[in-house]
Design a protein around this ligand. Structure first.
Ligand SMILES: C[S@@+](CC[C@H](N)C(=O)[O-])C[C@H]1O[C@@H](n2cnc3c(N)ncnc32)[C@H](O)[C@@H]1O
Length: 252
């Protein structure tokens, strides 16, 4: 369903396009701007985005989601568990239109928004699925090469939801803030129960804020160094778009 420009008024906020967005999105920047405008208008009107977020959508939401891009596989299916207003899934679909992207979201209001945005942006390989992760596992077991998640649940619960959806050799990428160490500790039992190797944790700085890309693989044989978590946590490589670790469980 296409929407007229009247439906999407130009943003009047001070959230101008940062230089990093031009670098990250490149030729797809116009679509990223359009998505940002969806968030700032319909997203706020429908209660999917807080009104105070409109001035910081680029750095806190679009660029924060984009940090996952270097970990994405060469091909296959990425499932955004708990996509909400499309984060990080729509951003990843814009950056990698060659991948199949599933936006998994149980709430009708959010699913309607996602359907409209996906149609408006013209993302033919992106599908919106209305379901809870635990219900989808029975319908589409192990169907995702990568499950991504941002701000959905603590790792202990997220692992239980994601693991049955991950194809053999695939992995979970979770974006986490400063609670990452505590969440990893609390997720130990869930991780072991899911047969996942210890996490690789990659700190990345976006707009002066450190976020953590937590990578958990369900296939122990893929992991060549299972004791890298702490090293990664304290490595000096704090920059935007730090690449996956060599020899680790990086994107395929
Ligand atoms: C705080 S929002 C975050 C949305 C988005 N990922 C973001 O970063 O803005 C959490 C989302 O997870 C969804 N969610 C909660 N439980 C879920 C479940 N069991 N399976 C799939 N999605 C779920 C909620 O409906 C909500 O849209």
């Amino acid at each position: 369903m296409k929407h007229s420009s009247q439906r999407q008024p130009p943003s009047t906020s001070g959230d101008s396009v940062p230089a990093a967005a031009r670098t990250v999105f490149g030729a797809t920047l116009p679509l990223a701007e359009r998505y940002r405008d969806w968030l700032a208008t319909a997203g706020v009107e429908r209660g999917l985005v807080g009104p105070r977020e409109t001035d910081r959508l680029w750095e806190r939401h679009l660029l924060n989601s984009a940090v996952l891009e270097p970990w994405l596989p060469a091909q296959g299916t990425v499932l955004d568990l708990g996509s909400g207003a499309g984060l990080p899934g729509i951003v990843l679909a814009l950056l990698r239109p060659d991948l199949n992207v599933i936006l998994l979201e149980p709430m009708l209001r959010r699913v309607t928004f996602l359907d409209e945005v996906v149609a408006d942006l013209g993302l033919p390989r992106t599908t919106v699925v209305r379901a809870r992760a635990e219900d989808l596992a029975g319908q589409r077991p192990r169907s995702a090469d990568v499950v991504v998640a941002r701000a959905v649940a603590p790792l202990a619960r997220l692992i239980g939801w994601a693991a049955p959806l991950i194809a053999p050799g695939g992995f979970l990428l979770a974006l986490k803030g400063e609670t990452v160490t505590q969440e990893l500790t609390e997720a130990h039992a869930a991780r072991c129960a899911a047969g996942m190797a210890p996490a690789d944790v990659h700190p990345v700085t976006v707009g002066g804020t450190v976020t953590h890309v937590v990578q958990l693989t369900g296939d122990r044989t893929n992991v060549t160094n299972t004791d890298k978590s702490n090293k990664s946590m304290h490595s000096a490589g704090h920059r935007h778009h730090s690449p996956p670790h060599e020899g680790g469980t990086g994107g395929r």
